[in-house]
Design a protein around this ligand. Structure first.
Ligand code: 13P
Length: 251
């Protein structure tokens, strides 16, 4: 049995005051939900404030990115020890927006995954194809490469979460059908199984891309979809809590 995860990726939204108010509302609304994990990923500037709000609750804190070195002359970057220090237990790695706007390559993702693991942060590694790649019929090739290269040299995958986020579904309102998502999730589990054997059965694979409380029910009913990585709908407590309730009742 895999425990579900719902993670809210707030992206570049919310001041400290807005973040702490949102975290408080989610914490209060999620108080009776215990059968999975709820993770909040505010922007760096709000990590400390949200961390304080989440203290004493079951909600977990994630960063949206990190550097693969512990420290050094890397202006504008933040490291794994800094994230641990502020209370993060998860970190999103290789989001498609990082790949698209900041030229992150699979090799960078791989270094970050290794650093997160050695720092005892659980990475949520994002993969997904573009519209054009899906139309060309190369979804599996692209996603397979992102998984293989992202995890190159990683000997144990127990502490990794994968998020399948088709780029064409992110922020577009064009959610993948449950069958489309399930196909890719099953494919990811198959290739993990080839490299890591039975451990692949325990890996949580989240779906992301235009998830709302109205469409998550059908997605989460699929066998290999273990939760959601939510963007826009995580910015309002009601919408996010609605997603959590849909998932916790079904997995
Ligand atoms: P949306 O839910 O806004 O489509 O964003 C998904 C996402 O990128 C989460 O990481």
């Amino acid at each position: 049995m895999r425990e579900w995860i719902v993670a809210g990726n707030w992206k570049m939204h919310n001041t400290v005051a807005e973040s702490t108010a949102l975290a408080k509302a989610i914490k209060e609304g999620a108080v009776d939900i215990k059968d999975g994990s709820v993770i909040l990923a505010p922007p760096f500037t709000s990590l400390h404030g949200v961390s304080e709000i989440l203290k004493g609750s079951d909600l977990l804190l994630a960063a949206q990115n990190m550097h693969y070195e512990d420290k050094g002359a890397f202006t504008g970057e933040v490291s794994a020890p800094m994230l641990k220090d502020i209370g993060c237990s998860y970190v999103i790695i290789g989001h498609s927006e990082r790949r698209k706007y900041f030229q992150e390559q699979n090799a960078d993702v791989n270094l970050k995954i290794k650093k997160a693991l050695s720092s005892e942060l659980t990475p949520i590694m994002c993969v997904g194809e573009t519209d054009e790649e899906r139309e060309k019929g190369i979804t599996q090739e692209i996603v397979g490469r992102q998984v293989d290269h992202g995890l190159k040299g990683v000997s144990r995958i127990e502490n990794i979460v994968i998020a399948y986020e088709p780029v064409w579904a992110i922020g577009t309102g064009k959610v993948a059908t449950p069958a489309q998502a399930q196909d890719v999730h099953a494919f990811i589990r198959k290739i993990l199984n080839e490299s890591y054997g039975k451990a692949a059965n325990g890996i949580r694979i989240l779906y992301g891309g235009s998830v709302t409380k109205d469409n998550i029910g059908d997605l989460i009913a699929m066998g290999d979809i273990d939760g959601a990585l939510v963007g826009g709908a995580s910015l309002k407590a009601d919408g996010f809590l609605g997603i959590i309730r849909e998932i916790s009742g079904k997995k």
